[in-house]
Design a protein around this ligand. Sequence first.
Ligand code: SF4
Length: 409
Amino acid sequence: MSSASERKDFAANKQLRTVMGDYFAQIGRGPQEGKKTAWCTSVGPAELLRAMGFNVYFPENHGAMLGAARMASDLIPLANARGFSPDICSYLTSDVGSYLKGATPLQKMGLEGLPKADVLVFNTNQCRDVKDWFQWYAREWNVPCIGIHTPRAIGEMDDSLVKYIAGQIEELVAPLEEVSGTAFDIDRLRETVKISRQCTVLWKAVIETAANVPSPISFFDETIQMGPAVVLRGETVAVDYYRLLLDELNQRIRDGVAAVQDERLRVYWEGMPIWGKLRDLSSQFLAMKACVVASTYCNSWIFEALDPADPFQSMARAYSSIFICRSDDFKENYIQRMVEQFRVDGILFHDAKTCPNNSNCRYEMPQRLQQKLGKPFLIVNGDLNDLRLYSEEQTRTNIEAFAEQLAEA
Ligand code: SF4
């Protein structure tokens, strides 16, 4: 039982812990089992890596774990001392700090430390930081670092861009064969892309249940529930998990169970989560009877363009269609659609100091959207991981005032 001010747990959470625990255990066992480990950026070519038999590890997920465990602020200075600026991605700096200190939440999951990569594979569709991050480890371990260079601020996706990116993905095959010692098999890739798409379709359906009033799920739940979509796309275990979760959400809708008891306000979260403060923020929103019903962040793991009939081209299209690498016009239209679909009352923009790439309030977008949609907005200054850049008191007060403004609107 939960009180009105507590987050309502999902029965599926038990299975979620098993799925995530098994994933990390598999990563940890990799070397003993003779499996090679590939590090992959969040929207890197995970399907290709899986199809080629790699264990696929996502360091941004580790960055988020360091933030959520509130270890990041202590670890970041270690990376700063090595020459990484305090102004760059705090996933990068906390992850490198974690490696230098030999301290990681992964140790609680049975791993000795960060899993050593046999190859690091990036996609710059989100930012340049991921490439610099991976290259540091490549030098450290003397292993190859390869990747895809995607343009930023893409307006309309056109065939020439898709062809350009698809060509880069295909060029990864030969060096990956060399590392893995296995020959590339197109049928295995088709199958992995098919499973990955199933995961995407289900994750989208999960997220879209929040369009119901009241919403059965909040952004704060989704930041946890997205785990399998982030680290296990292309594996059937993720598909099975989202079927289970979706059933529970549909049951919640039938029973009128709300994520936020007596929901009275609906908010869109734009930008990165503040990992070390999710619990506090969730409690504050619960107390205000405000539900964060949609977010750019959790929507970023939807890759509908994937198509097993044309794996390379469709991966290229899917990876280059994500919000973060699109033009401001595209982003504005996207947020407008979300605000309408999820019946949002106001938009909260998180200006994450160390991630300009995923902070969209610096070039007048909130003001333009307010003019267009007539919805109030709030800008919260903070960071994804570096809590030294976040003022608890100021944020709390600003969010309270924002809720009052929404209630009066
Ligand atoms: S998008 Fe932002 S948070 Fe993600 S890796 Fe790049 S700089 Fe870091």
